[in-house]
Design a binder for this molecule. Structure first.
Ligand SMILES: Cc1ncc(COP(=O)(O)O)c(C=O)c1O
Length: 415
């Protein structure tokens, strides 16, 4: 995209847009929830569908002029159904958080109880944090990971479910590097007669490609983002059995949303189409292989990973054992100077604040899209470790920056 038309009418915004394209081209995006979509997805997202009001669902809209909106939404639904195999799919949530709120709206009454993973242990704000609407509307109980192993404590979750009698148990996480045992959590949900919502925001693409077991058909509701490990542009998705279809659809609209962002639904349709290509399976496998390579390199440099490694696209470094005086924010800032972009993150048993925590999270989806393989990921792991060892050393920062420039030049992104 050249933004020539925007430049003619609004140079200030054009500067920001071209600046962002250059930033993405010139840096290594390692925020685990980010990716780079194709030009085709971006074109669909900037289409005339942004002008269209399509309240309702295909063949049942509240306004006229929706024949092409119907085509696009039906294609997105068809392709999502093929990718994840759910009986019913709603592709209208504006984001993963909206998808979660729609499920809560469909199944909970104010004052009902949510049982979800604690934020500092890898959960998500939308799972009932006090600052989030869900935290204000519902009673919230949190389970944790085992601080020794960094792995989900399924027995502890089961005990807590029996003592708190939740209406819904949420599985699926923001900073959990390991495979989730959906069946084990479903057994608990069955035992306490609670719904089970699996929020696969981070791993939608891995699940679609068979790189992580699917919760579809096991749990009651599956939600996700459409822009993390699957490259279909910003948005959310909900999947469920036919039994809950009407409740979910009316919870999304008119429950919590008005007109769907049909241009984003078009992006989802295009991105889901791309994910149906066999090449996507190879991509997802590479994402996981790259996660392992990154983790191994970090460990070889003396860093401690929560849970000792990863089965997925992300690693979580606990800085406390190796670098007790360095915070996640120190590392995030020093790495950003070199062009490596990741985020500070809490770790299980966090002893600092959520704003300046003791860990950093790094992911491989975006670099894998750029063409990085295990060899490059191992080098990136070494570069990250060099900066963690010497965040204030300008010679190290310059050396790593120069290498980042070479790596980005060798793996170009957007023309
Ligand atoms: C587990 C989980 N759920 C929901 C979300 C929210 O997604 P969105 O930013 O699309 O609202 C995230 C975002 O990272 C997430 O990690």
């Amino acid at each position: 995209m050249t933004y020539e038309t925007v430049r003619e009418t609004d140079p200030a915004v054009a500067d920001a847009l071209t600046g962002e394209r250059k930033r993405q081209n010139d840096t290594l995006a390692m925020i685990a929830s980010e990716n780079h979509v194709s030009e085709a997805v971006m074109e669909a997202q900037s289409s005339e569908l942004t002008n269209n009001y399509a309240e309702g669902y295909p063949e049942g809209r509240y306004y006229g002029g929706c024949e092409y909106a119907d085509d696009v939404e039906s294609l997105a639904i068809e392709r999502a159904t093929e990718l994840w195999g759910a009986e019913h799919v709603n592709v209208q949530p504006h984001s993963g958080s909206q998808a979660n709120m729609a499920v809560f709206t469909a199944i909970l009454e104010p004052g009902d109880t949510i049982l979800s993973l604690d934020l500092t242990h890898g959960g998500h704000l939308s799972h009932g944090h006090p600052a989030n609407a869900a935290g204000k509307l519902y009673d919230v109980e949190h389970y944790e990971v085992d601080e020794e192993t960094g792995r989900l404590d399924y027995a502890g979750l089961d005990d807590l479910a029996h003592s708190t009698d939740p209406d819904v148990i949420i599985s699926g996480f923001s900073a959990y590097p390991r495979t989730v045992d959906w069946e084990a959590i479903q057994e608990t949900a069955d035992a306490v007669d609670a719904y089970h919502l699996a929020d696969i925001a981070h791993i939608t693409g891995l699940v679609a490609a068979g790189e992580h077991p699917s919760p579809v058909g096991i749990v009651d509701f599956v939600t996700g983002s459409t822009h993390k490990t699957i490259r279909s542009g910003r948005g959310g998705i909900i999947m469920c059995s036919e039994e809950h279809a009407d409740d979910i659809d009316s919870a999304v609209f008119p429950g919590i949303q008005g007109g769907p962002l049909m241009h984003n639904v078009a992006g989802k349709a295009v991105g889901f189409g791309e994910a149906l290509d066999p090449e996507f399976e190879a991509y997802a496998a590479q994402v996981v292989e790259n996660g392992e390579a990154l983790g191994e390199a970090l460990k070889a440099n003396g860093l401690t990973l929560v849970s000792g490694g990863t089965d997925t696209h992300l690693v979580l470094v606990d800085l406390r054992p190796s670098h007790p005086d360095t915070t996640g924010k120190d590392v995030e800032a020093a790495l950003e100077e070199t062009g490596i972009v990741l985020n500070a993150n809490t770790v299980p048993g966090e002893t600092r604040s959520a704003f300046n925590p003791s860990g950093v999270r790094a992911g491989t989806p975006a670099l894998t899209t750029r063409g990085f393989e295990a060899k490059e990921m191992r080098e990136v792991g070494d570069l990250i470790a060099d900066v963690i060892d010497a965040p204030d050393d300008s010679t190290v920062i310059e050396h790593v920056s120069a290498r980042v420039d070479e790596l980005t030049d060798a793996n170009p992104l957007y023309e």
